[in-house]
Ligand binder design. Structure first.
Ligand code: GLN
Length: 461
């Protein structure tokens, strides 16, 4: 696994150009995974030369990375893996990308995702699915599947992703890399294609916890252009406080969960105990309702956020139409994939005047009960742990015909999203068939650095 510090060594002993050229070559050699939608080759090489000439510097000078293709970035279109934005050129760059560039990092390409980040396998991409880094017959996970695979394949030492209901954590788990979904508001959402504004977060996928800390310390922080960003608080913690009190979420370890996944988590728990931490089983009964809450609130926000794609203001526009209604209808029919349309329809329905109280309002009330349950647990525990998903990476095509089955895979990641809590996924072993299993560590709001510090102390144990 390539880490940022190794790449920095290579830059010192060769050049930024050599390192970036190599990353681009590796990206091209791994095209069968369909992890990248576009390379930003010309711009990347131009920036590498500037690093070598001493014109660009910083903490990450010359270090190549990849961004999920729902971040606005220069050098290639920002497609969100959709026909709607297939040839959309960003007029500005996302704050997270700007911050990385300000430290000298070099974006080499845009990674594949479920169109508009709607999904958990990257099979909803309008440009074909991404294949798992370990087993090409399996899914990459999603929606940040391309970012996870490209990191796992060692093309780049880190990639950016978005996590609205698990889209960083779950593909990290499926490909054996580290994934960080920060506290809501830690990283600016400015310049990132909106999915569900109340749970959208920006984070990193890396090959080590230390690299995740480094990337988060660069991209986090208050941004006047995103009024939901929190005041700066993220600060890497050198040491984990001893004897953490950790709750193992019993509801995530129930019968239906793959025994190999449970075994990997139990093994991690034993290692935590061996390190002196206290791990006790805890209950989170509201988990039973988490998916129902998520799949009402998130489509509601999606239906609102995606209303802007009308063929007039952004991207694709249908031709050969006679009326304005036809223009809207056909543009949206051609530009969105089935899953986008499903969510727009569900969202419009739960927000409609006759059903608003019965669905949307009820879901928001239930969300508050979930918040209360987490608060109660965090009055007794420093962190909670459990699996990231009920299974390891499933076979390509296995769940595509059954959206409910696909949604069920999100059961363990949506609770932290609905509550805005930080949650990380770190490798916790492999199944008998060699598929990676991730352990999820969830903490109270703004405990991101503490979670990473705990995970770092457990790495390689
Ligand atoms: N799998 C979840 C969904 O389909 C999460 C998506 C995400 O985090 N972008 O909604």
């Amino acid at each position: 696994m390539t880490n940022i510090s190794e790449i920095q060594q290579q830059i010192k002993s060769t050049s930024a150009r050599a390192v970036v050229e190599n990353a681009i070559k590796l990206a091209k050699d791994s095209s069968e995974y369909n992890a990248l939608l576009n390379l930003t080759e010309d711009r990347a090489l131009l920036r590498a030369d500037k690093v070598d000439a001493g014109l660009i510097g910083g903490k990450l000078a010359g270090v190549p990375f990849v961004v999920k293709d729902n971040f606005l970035a220069f050098g290639a279109p920002t497609t969100a893996a959709s026909k709607m934005l297939e040839s959309f050129d960003a007029p500005l760059q996302a704050t997270a990308v700007e911050k990385l560039e300000a430290e000298g990092a070099i974006c080499i390409g845009k990674s594949n995702l479920d169109a508009f980040a709607h999904g958990g396998s990257t099979e909803n991409s309008a440009f074909g699915p991404t294949k798992n880094a370990i087993d090409q017959t399996r899914v990459a996970g999603g929606s940040s599947g391309g970012s996870a695979v490209i990191t796992a394949l060692d093309v780049v030492p880190f990639a950016l992703g978005t996590d609205t209901g698990g889209s960083i954590r779950q593909p990290a788990s499926f490909n054996g890399v580290v994934g960080v979904k920060p506290t809501y508001g830690t990283v600016s959402r400015y310049g990132v294609v909106a999915m569900a504004s109340s749970t959208d977060t920006i984070g990193a996928l890396t090959n080590s916890v230390a690299d995740a800390e480094l990337v988060m310390s660069v991209i986090s922080g208050r941004d006047e252009r995103d009024m939901t960003t929190l005041p700066d608080y993220f600060k890497p913690q050198p040491d984990v406080k001893p004897a953490q009190k950790i709750g193992l979420i019993r509801d995530f370890m129930a019968e239906g969960v793959d025994p190999e996944v449970r075994a990997a988590i139990n093994n991690y728990v034993e290692k935590l105990r061996a390190d002196g931490h206290i791990v006790e089983e805890v209950d989170l009964p509201m988990v039973e309702y988490a998916l129902a809450i998520y799949y009402i609130i998130v489509p509601a926000e999606i239906s609102s956020n995606l209303a802007r794609y009308d063929g007039i203001r952004y991207g694709h526009r249908a031709t050969g139409v006679k009326t304005l209604a036809e223009l809207y209808g056909q543009t949206r029919d051609q530009g969105f994939v089935t899953e986008n349309k499903r969510r727009i329809m569900i969202g419009s329905y739960v927000l409609s005047s006759g059903f608003f109280d019965a669905y949307y309002l009820q879901a928001q009330k239930a969300r508050t009960l979930l918040v209360n349950e987490f608060n109660e647990l965090f009055s007794k525990y420093d962190a909670l742990i459990g699996p990231v998903a009920p299974t390891t990476a499933f076979k390509l095509g296995e769940n595509t015909t059954d959206p409910i089955k696909m949604y069920l895979n999100d059961i363990m990641t949506v609770p932290a999203s609905l509550v805005g809590l930080p949650a990380i996924s770190v490798p916790a072993g492999v199944s008998q068939s060699g598929m990676p299993v991730g352990v999820q560590i969830i903490g109270p709001s703004r405990s991101d650095a503490e979670l990473l510090s705990l995970a770092k102390s457990m790495e390689d144990k």
